[in-house]
Design a protein around this ligand. Structure first.
Ligand code: 5RP
Length: 231
């Protein structure tokens, strides 16, 4: 029997097969993406030439340690492929991300990418998004006021649930210098409407709903790999 980390690695190794010389790659964040970056490091050491953009300082450090060539996204103007993990994914390839607090850069990189492939073990596959608390990245200024507005946006969408500052007494600070509020909603029936409502709040920087960004997914199960969308 495989454990969850074995499954994550299996998905990551399949995604590595999608990488071809000369690609401009977005590198995701988290324990699944870490396997992809490890494998990419081995390929680069063996002579593969790619140019990569990390989605977090954590991934930057890992990639630098593996001598993976890193570049500025602004210089590249776009990416061919981004490979990243997810906290939840439904059958339409809608995602919740941000469990690792990297959602802002992850979304910027995914949006700049022609293809975004999700890699995950099958615990991330859900019928309806929302069991995983939705992360919302907010500006530090008057963040409690912003949190109150997030609660109102949730209520307008017919939802309810605790909205809590990640890290509580010592709040987690993102790479962009913001805070994260986690919204425990249970089930999000209309993710598009919730997304728009939350993004309308001035203090909100981004949220972890990734809608229409993933183009394909590789999900590892005990009985093998399942592929979704276009790889
Ligand atoms: C980080 C993320 C991660 O991709 C997500 O949390 C999944 O992480 P893991 O691969 O460790 O399960 O969105 O912000």
């Amino acid at each position: 029997m495989s454990n969850s980390d074995d499954l994550k690695k299996l998905a990551a190794l399949r995604a590595l097969e999608l990488v071809v010389p000369g690609m401009r790659l977005g590198l995701g964040t988290g324990s699944t993406a870490k396997h992809f970056v490890d494998g990419l490091g081995e390929k680069c050491a063996a002579g593969l030439e790619v140019r990569c953009v990390p989605t977090s300082e954590e991934t930057r450090k890992q990639a630098e340690g593996l001598n993976i060539p890193l570049v500025n996204l602004d210089e590249l103007g776009g990416l061919d492929l981004t490979v990243d993990g997810a906290d939840e994914m439904d059958a339409c390839l809608s995602l919740i991300k941000g469990g690792g607090a990297a959602l802002l850069r992850e979304k910027i990189v995914a949006a700049a990418s022609a293809r975004m492939i999700v890699i995950a073990d099958d615990s991330k596959l859900v019928e309806c998004l929302g069991a995983f608390p939705l992360p919302v990245e907010v500006n530090m200024f008057a963040h409690e006021t912003t949190a109150q507005m997030i609660c109102e946006a949730i209520s307008v969408n017919g939802l309810a649930g605790d909205v809590t500052l990640r890290g509580a007494e010592s709040p987690v600070e993102t790479d962009g210098g913001h805070y994260i509020y986690d919204c425990a909603l249970g089930q999000i029936d209309d993710a598009t409407s919730l997304s728009e409502e939350i993004l309308n709040i001035p203090g909100v920087v981004e949220h972890g709903l990734f809608l229409g960004l993933a183009t394909g997914a590789i999900i590892a199960t005990e009985s093998g790999l399942k592929e979704f969308g276009e790889l």
